[in-house]
Design a protein around this ligand. Structure first.
Ligand SMILES: [Zn+2]
Length: 281
């Protein structure tokens, strides 16, 4: 029994930890938002539950590179590249996510891992631009949306995206994550995201100045976080509000929670080099 006691204790400590660990040699990451396009004139009511239907916003399309001291890059979300999405949505100022990274001063070949927050096409489609990267996704998200033959099990996932994820899984490129507050890479944790999709997740990152949270679409805009308003597209509004409250607790303030589509990310954190806003605290 004695041999079992220490691993059990360590598992309990890991399960109870609500904050990213500090100090102790844990690697720190630099966090940025990189924009690869804009959906002009997007209805705010599609982003914030109950918003005035006349309000419009230029919704920013972003990926979030995390860079370690040794140059390794972990990407949160992968944007999109498929021609049909570009034709249908006509994003303004669009470049492929890997091109946007290059413009922002990153080498896309150094992307070792991609943490996918959820399976919507505008966040999950672009992974094949990073052929060496390992992909991290919640198991429940994968099993809910990607069928055994690569079919889309629900309309929330694009059929081509579903087929691609099944193929990547078969090729051994996808690591499936189980549950909440899981450290997928030292200094990078994933958390249950409040039902934007069935098992959407958000990411907390250990930086030199303290934790930074990447909400992705679990909080579309700062307004969601600052006014405690659920996102318009959630399977469970109360779960979404609870997840947003948790993001605020983890980050300490809304300033260090990066929302999924808010153009203000590039004014609250000045843009430069082009397409890059450094989220420094
Ligand atoms: Zn989404």
């Amino acid at each position: 029994m004695r041999q079992r006691a220490l691993p059990v204790l360590m598992a309990l400590v890991a399960a109870c930890g609500g904050q990213p660990a500090r100090g102790g040699g844990e690697p720190t990451w630099d966090v940025a938002a990189v924009r690869f396009g804009t959906l002009a004139g997007f209805r705010v009511r599609s982003l914030i539950a109950g918003a005035d239907s006349a309000r419009r916003i230029d919704a920013t399309l972003m990926v979030w590179p995390l860079r370690a001291a040794d140059g390794r890059i972990v990407l949160v979300d992968a944007g999109f590249t498929r021609a049909k999405f570009i034709t249908q949505w006509k994003p303004r100022d669009y470049v492929t996510p890997d091109s946007a990274l290059r413009l922002a001063g990153y080498d896309p070949a150094k992307v070792s891992d991609i943490v996918i927050s959820h399976i919507h096409w505008d966040h999950a489609d672009g992974v094949e631009r990073f052929p060496g990267a390992r992909i991290w996704l919640q198991r429940a998200e994968f099993e809910t949306y990607v069928g055994p033959a690569g079919e889309a099990k629900q309309p929330a996932i694009d059929p081509d995206v579903a087929a691609m994820y099944r193929r990547l899984f078969t090729e051994g490129r996808v690591s499936l994550v189980d549950g909440d507050n899981v450290e997928v890479i030292p200094g990078i944790r994933v958390h249950t995201g409040g039902k934007h999709t069935f098992a959407s997740q958000f990411v907390s990152v250990h930086t030199a100045g303290g934790p930074v949270v990447i909400a992705s679409d679990n909080a579309y805009l700062y307004e969601n976080l600052e006014q405690r308003r659920p996102i318009a597209q959630t399977l469970d509004s109360l779960s979404n509000l609870a997840a947003q409250a948790r993001m605020l607790t983890l980050a300490g303030s809304a300033r260090f929670v990066v929302p999924g589509h808010d153009p203000a990310v590039f004014t609250r954190f000045a843009e430069g080099p082009p397409r890059k806003a450094t989220i420094r605290r």
